[in-house]
Design a protein around this ligand. Structure first.
Ligand code: DQA
Length: 143
C-alpha cells in the first residue's frame, strides 16, 4: 500500500512554533516517526510539506493513480481552503485528516474544516501519534 503524508504551512516549524500547543518535538522527529511506522507496517510512504496552498493542490492531483491513501494535516488551510477540498474530491483517494492539537477546544474559526469534508476520518488532539493512527486507519480499511 502506498500512502502520501501531506503537511501544510508552518508545520516545518514544529519544535519552535508554540510549543505549549504543538509540543517540543521537531518536524524532523515527526518525519522520523512516520518513516518508522512505514517500516514497521510494511507500507510505502512519501512525505511532503509546503507552506503554499497551490503546491499542496498540485501534490494531491499528482497522487491520482499513484497512491492508495492520503494522510493530510492542511494546518491553517484546513479552515480556509476550498481548493484543497476540491483537489481531495477530484482524486477520490481515501484521505484521513490529522490535527496535532485539539482544534475543537481552540478558537471558533478552527472548528470549521473544509478539507475534512472530503476525508473518511479525522484525528485531532493526539499529538504526533495522530499521524500513526491515521496511517493504521488507512491500512486497516483500505489495504
Ligand atoms: C493544526 C491546527 C490548525 O488550526 C493550525 O492552523 C495549524 C496546525 C494542528 O495540527 O493542530 O497550523 O492543523
Amino acid at each position: 500500500m502506498k500512502i502520501l503524508v501531506l503537511n501544510g504551512p508552518n508545520l516545518n516549524m514544529l519544535g519552535i512554533r508554540e510549543p505549549g500547543i504543538y509540543g517540543k518535538n521537531t518536524f524532523a522527529d515527526l518525519l522520523a516517526l512516520i518513516e518508522k511506522t512505514a517500516r514497521e507496517e510494511n507500507l510505502e510512504i512519501e512525505q511532503y510539506q509546503s507552506n503554499h496552498e497551490g503546491c499542496l493542490v498540485d501534490k494531491i492531483q499528482e497522487a491520482y493513480g499513484k497512491f492508495d491513501g492520503i494522510v493530510i494535516n492542511p494546518a491553517a488551510y484546513t479552515h480556509t481552503s476550498v481548493a484543497i477540498l476540491d483537489a481531495l474530491k477530484a482524486v477520490s483517494i481515501p484521505a484521513v485528516e490529522v490535527h496535532i492539537s485539539d482544534v475543537d477546544a481552540r478558537e471558533p474559526f478552527r472548528q470549521i474544516s473544509y478539507a475534512g469534508m472530503a476525508c473518511v476520518h479525522t484525528i485531532k488532539g493526539r499529538g504526533f501519534e495522530g499521524y500513526r493512527e491515521a496511517i493504521l486507519y488507512l491500512k486497516e480499511h483500505y489495504a
